[in-house]
Design a protein around this ligand. Structure first.
Ligand code: GDP
Ligand code: MG
Length: 379
């Protein structure tokens, strides 16, 4: 729990979290580590007083280095000094109500290695008091990051309330090279890397409540840096994208050459088009499977058949896009512009569509258990 000038909030927070909530969690050894950025208002003193009452309360006071950097110092302390099995991120100002800690821990005990306290799933919420514009920015900003990072299945990528298993997830991340450690944007990079390492990601609802005193430190600069991190992470996967484009191009060559061959052999029109297109689809499926998405390679005859069928359906979706937007272009610009319209439609619609579907449907690499199972009894 990072603090900067939270002297008023930290006392009641410790009482509620350590005193009340930790007592309800009987099958995990819960500790609170406060990482104070040398707050001039005496936050650390309040914590020290509470330490006399609570044995499982720890304090790390350090020079203010920004939220991300201070969190990282906290993670390192938790891993090396406290031998933590998992760490949580949580604000001190009451915006993350302590009663949501227990379901997060339950999700972890039920096998999740990364748990997201989510404001955008059923049961979660952003403050009703927020003005419409703020709600809009929060939701669309988050949606933008979901799409850029190709993680539309996760609903809250910017939440500050999360649980990370140390072994296999946090200990695989190079914490010293996290992007934007001085800003809130570090959260997006940390999430991206954690989700990559995690085998079982789970979202648990969080009711995000408004801050009681003074205003938020999140401003336009923070927002821009958050988007920046998302975009950089998004294009980091460009090696994969290049392979995808190469396979697509080879698919085109297969399509064109076999069409020529079938035309020479005087196949009936629909057969020539149908066979050559299907050969291109088969080519794309095989090479994407063994090359572009080799780390998510589909194996086993049954799964291959199922995925190949799905792949054909995805390709049919691309066909629909071409028909709809091709016809639209015919109406708007006339048939004479078809040769110009085609590359535009392929480049800006079909390619992103295919890439998205391949990543999210056909070669989906990560597993997300639904939020339904949150209330499972702890085994
Ligand atoms: N250690 C540390 N804590 C910080 C820093 N900036 C903010 N915090 C704490 O981080 C939490 C979230 O900050 P807050 O201003 O409430 O962010 P917001 O809720 O997103 O507007 C609070 O507990 C703050 O006290 C910092 O630079 N260092
Ligand atoms: Mg806050």
């Amino acid at each position: 729990m990072p603090t900067f000038n939270e002297a008023e909030n930290i006392g009641p927070m410790i009482e509620e979290l350590v005193g009340k909530e930790f007592a309800k969690i009987t099958n995990a050894d819960m500790h609170l580590l406060v990482v104070d950025a040398n707050s001039p208002d005496g936050t650390a003193k309040v914590v020290q007083e509470k330490q006399r009452k609570f044995k499982r309360l720890h304090l790390l006071v350090k020079k203010k280095a920004g939220l991300g950097a201070d969190y990282i110092a906290g993670f390192k302390y938790a891993m090396s000094k406290l031998k933590a099995d998992a760490v949580m991120e949580m604000d001190a100002d009451g915006q993350h109500p302590p009663r949501f800690v227990k379901p997060m821990v339950e999700a972890y005990l039920n096998g999740a290695d990364y748990v997201i306290g989510s404001r955008y799933i059923t049961g979660g919420s952003i403050p009703k008091e927020w003005a419409f514009f703020r709600k809009f920015v929060s939701f669309t900003g988050n949606l933008f990051i979901r799409l850029v990072l190709l993680k539309p299945r996760l609903h809250d990528l910017t939440t500050g309330f999360r649980l990370t298993k140390v072994k296999g997830v946090l200990d695989q991340i190079d914490l010293d090279s996290i992007m934007e450690p001085k800003r809130f944007a570090y959260k997006v990079d940390l999430l991206y890397q954690s989700v990559k390492n995690a085998k079982n990601v789970k979202e648990v609802p969080l009711e995000f409540v408004p801050r009681t005193k003074e205003k938020s430190k999140f401003d336009t600069r923070e927002m821009i840096s958050t988007f920046k991190v998302a975009i950089i992470l998004g294009i980091k996967d460009k090696a994969k994208f290049l392979k995808f484009a190469t396979v697509g191009f080879i698919g085109y060559l297969v399509n064109a050459s076999t069409l020529l061959l079938f035309t020479k052999r005087q196949f009936p029109g629909p057969l020539a088009w149908g066979f050559s297109t299907e050969l291109a689809i088969i080519n794309n499926f095989i090479f994407n499977n063994i090359w572009t998405f080799k780390s998510e390679k589909i194996t086993g005859l049954q799964k291959l058949m199922y995925k190949f069928l799905q792949f054909n359906m995805t390709s049919a979706g691309a066909l629909v896009i071409q028909i709809v937007f091709g016809s639209l272009s015919d109406i708007l610009f006339g048939v004479a512009y078809r040769q110009l319209a085609l590359p535009f439609i392929i480049l800006f619609l079909v390619l992103p569509y295919n890439y998205f579907m391949y990543n999210m449907v056909i070669w989906k690499s990560w597993k997300l258990r639904g939020a339904k199972k949150i209330n499972n009894p702890i085994p």
